[in-house]
Design a protein around this ligand. Structure first.
Ligand SMILES: [Zn+2]
Length: 381
């Protein structure tokens, strides 16, 4: 059983006080070096991989030989532990507000999203090592350095490990009240450009094609994509068009934020946008659409529900009422879940206000989460 919260807090101070903004690669590498050493100390093969053209530091730590039933096919790892080392806060943020403890909370840049979660992974695995349980497991830890900017460089690497894993635990923050995340919406952005024809608004209105009017018609059609029953939303968030009050505009553009709960909605939404150019309202106007749904939804499956049941039961044994929620935001769990690997997210420390100055975690959740996840691992192997 884990009980050394002081050691956890010392580690917490160390890594929160390293600026690791997504665009500050030396800081991300410094965080990776901290974990590389600690995972190596308990027998992991830990290395820092530099992903993509941007050479984003990512930590990969592997333990155990891997036990692939059926001679080389099928999963290699019992568990993938997934997290990100980057934060949304710019270089210099640490100097302004270093790691601190105030009352029953810990504060500092990335304390909740998600340096606390990274330390839950480390302390769970250190605890399991000490108890001799780790030696029966095969585990892959993957901490990337570009989650906050969409995991462009690390996505392929994450998916390749998830494809070799029986299950994935993602250590984004746990919601207050011990609510984990079992569903996340997927989504993407679309940009709609309309071309019309310029003309004098007063003298020659019949010679013009009003791009703003065409776009306005299309915006109404886009708005009808919203469907609360399927959990799909399509919000027109940015609109621009026209230049001078007496000129019929020949250009108008709109940007649309789309979120989906179900994978089959991807087809419906993408088909809608890809055929928009065939449904112009004003003769002579032209529509060009760019964009796609590039983040699949993290859906609840019978396999992920079974995993949740194990987690809820282990929580109950500890006297903690663990539950799960669905959320609109995306994480790397969206990518692993889309491969069909059962994925549970929100397994980090309990906290709130991510991406804000008043971000915090509840200190009481440190021993609870480390012991809960350790117990879940023991129940699974
Ligand atoms: Zn995060």
């Amino acid at each position: 059983m884990f009980s050394n919260t002081d050691k956890f807090l010392k580690d917490f101070q160390t890594i929160v006080n390293i600026d690791s903004s997504s665009d500050h690669l030396p800081g991300i590498e410094q965080v990776a070096l901290f974990f590389q050493k600690r995972f190596s100390d308990i027998g992991f093969t830990a290395e820092i991989l530099f992903q993509g053209d941007a050479k984003v530091p990512c930590l990969q730590a592997i333990f155990g030989p891997g036990n692939s039933p059926g001679g080389g096919h099928g999963p290699v790892y019992d568990l993938m532990f997934l997290g990100h080392m980057d934060t949304v806060f710019p270089f210099g943020e640490v100097e302004k507000r270093r790691f601190s403890i105030q009352g029953d909370k810990a504060l500092g840049p990335g304390v909740c999203d998600m340096k606390g979660g990274l330390l839950v992974v480390l302390h769970v695995l250190e605890t399991l090592k000490k108890e001799g349980v780790l030696d029966k497991m095969s585990v892959c830890v993957a901490f990337n350095g570009d989650e906050e900017t969409g995991s462009k460089a690390s996505k392929g690497w994450i998916q390749s490990i998830a494809g070799k894993s029986r299950r994935v635990f993602v250590f984004e923050p746990c919601r207050p009240g011990y609510k984990m995340v079992s569903q996340r919406k997927g989504g993407g952005w679309f940009h709609v450009s309309v071309t019309g024809k310029e003309a004098h608004a007063g003298a020659d209105p019949d010679k013009g094609i009003n791009a703003v009017v065409e776009l306005a018609n299309q915006i109404i059609a886009i708005d009808r994509l919203n469907d609360p029953d399927t959990g799909t939303s399509a919000q027109v968030t940015v609109v621009a068009g026209g230049d001078k009050v007496n000129i019929i505009p020949n250009k108008a553009v709109a940007s649309v934020d789309v979120r989906i709960e179900r994978l089959e909605e991807k087809q419906r939404v993408e088909t809608f946008f890809n055929t928009l150019c065939e449904r112009t309202v004003l003769p002579g106007s032209k529509i060009l659409v760019e964009g796609k749904i590039d983040r699949p939804p993290m859906e609840i499956t019978p396999e992920s529900q079974a995993l949740l049941d194990v987690i809820f039961l282990e929580g109950k044994k500890m006297g903690i009422d663990v539950s799960s929620i669905a959320t609109g935001g995306c994480s790397d769990g969206n990518f692993t879940s889309a491969l069909g690997t059962p994925t549970i997210d929100g397994m980090g420390l309990v906290g709130a206000n991510s991406h804000r100055q008043d971000e915090y975690v509840e200190l009481a959740s440190i021993p609870i989460m480390v012991n809960l996840i350790s117990n879940v691992c023991k129940a699974l192997i």
